[in-house]
Every structure is written in C-alpha cells, then in structure tokens.
Design a protein around this ligand. Structure first.
Ligand code: ZN
Length: 175
C-alpha cells in the first residue's frame, strides 16, 4: 500500500514528540528507559492511535444517507438514525457511529458500513479472528492468552467473553 510519505513523516514526528515526553517522564522516576521500554511504550501509543483512527474511519460515511434501502427479503428498510457500535479489533475495542436502517416488515436491520467492511458489532474483526485462529493452531487455549497478549499488547480476557474467545481460538466459530 502506498501512503503519502509527507503525511507519514508528519505523523511520525508527532509520535516521536509524544514518546520524548513519555521517556523524559520515565527518567524522572526510577530508571531511564532503555530501548525495550521505549518500544513497548511506542507500540502501545500506536495501538491507541490505531483504535482511534479505525473508529474515525468507520464513523465517516462519505455519502449522505439514502432515505431507504432495499431489504434482502424484497421489502424496504427506512433510515432510522446514526447508531453506535463496538467491535474488537487488533487495536483493541473500537467504537464507531454509522447510519442504521430498519422498519421492514421482516424486522431486520442493516448498517451499510457494517456490510461494506464485513463487520459484526459486538464481535471480533476478521483481522483479529485470523490471529486468534493462528493462536489456536500453535498453542493450547491457556498458552494462547499469553502469546496473544504479547502480540496484541493488550489483554483480551477483560474485554471479551472467555467462551466466545475459546470458540474462535479453537476454530468453532465461523465469521
Ligand atoms: Zn426485510
């Protein structure tokens, strides 16, 4: 993927400044940070930036809302409102707001952004599901928790139900 180098450099400068402040703060305390701590702090900062950026991307619907949508049942879905949703991604919990349609005789609802990206609110994203599946192949469920924590930099267990997590890691959940 090609990104605008100037924009990337600008973001990098901002992250570097953020890290300089964090490193200086750490130096005031006990031990000055070594590269390992700097790497960990930077990964955590980038994870938080990723979660925020993904939420903003999913919340920014370019086109104005259409008043109605065709429902798969053959009926019509009417625009309701902007509705919030949460998914669990490789960056952690991501909240976003998107257009929501309902009011068809079949009682189903639809959010075009969810359809477009293949999102299921309240569930893990496809990117995170791949990592969980890999953990299931390589490790036992108990070991996979530690591996995932070091890989993702956040602990999944406080944010996702253990049975649900287990079913994805062990490959019994199909997205
Ligand atoms: Zn319908």
């Amino acid at each position: 993927m090609d990104y605008n180098t100037e924009t990337l450099n600008d973001i990098a400068r901002q992250v570097a400044a953020l890290m300089q402040t964090a490193v200086a703060k750490q130096a005031e305390g006990s031990q000055p940070a070594k590269i390992r701590e700097v790497e960990t702090m930077m990964r955590e900062a980038l994870r938080q930036i990723g979660a925020e950026a993904l939420g903003q991307l999913l919340s920014s619907s370019a086109a104005p809302s259409a008043p109605t949508l065709a429902c798969p049942c053959g009926g019509k879905l009417k625009y309701q409102r902007r509705r919030s949703a949460v998914v669990l991604s490789v960056f952690g919990r991501v909240s976003y707001e998107r257009d929501y349609y309902a009011g068809c005789q079949c009682h189903s609802g639809q959010a075009p952004v969810d359809e477009q990206y293949g999102l299921q609110p309240g569930k893990v994203t496809a990117g995170l599901a791949s990592l969980l599946g890999l953990a299931g192949i390589e490790f036992s469920f108990e070991q996979s928790g530690e591996w995932l924590k070091s890989c993702l930099i956040y602990d999944l267990l406080p944010v996702v139900h253990k049975i649900y997590l287990r079913s994805i890691i062990l490959g019994r959940y199909i997205l």
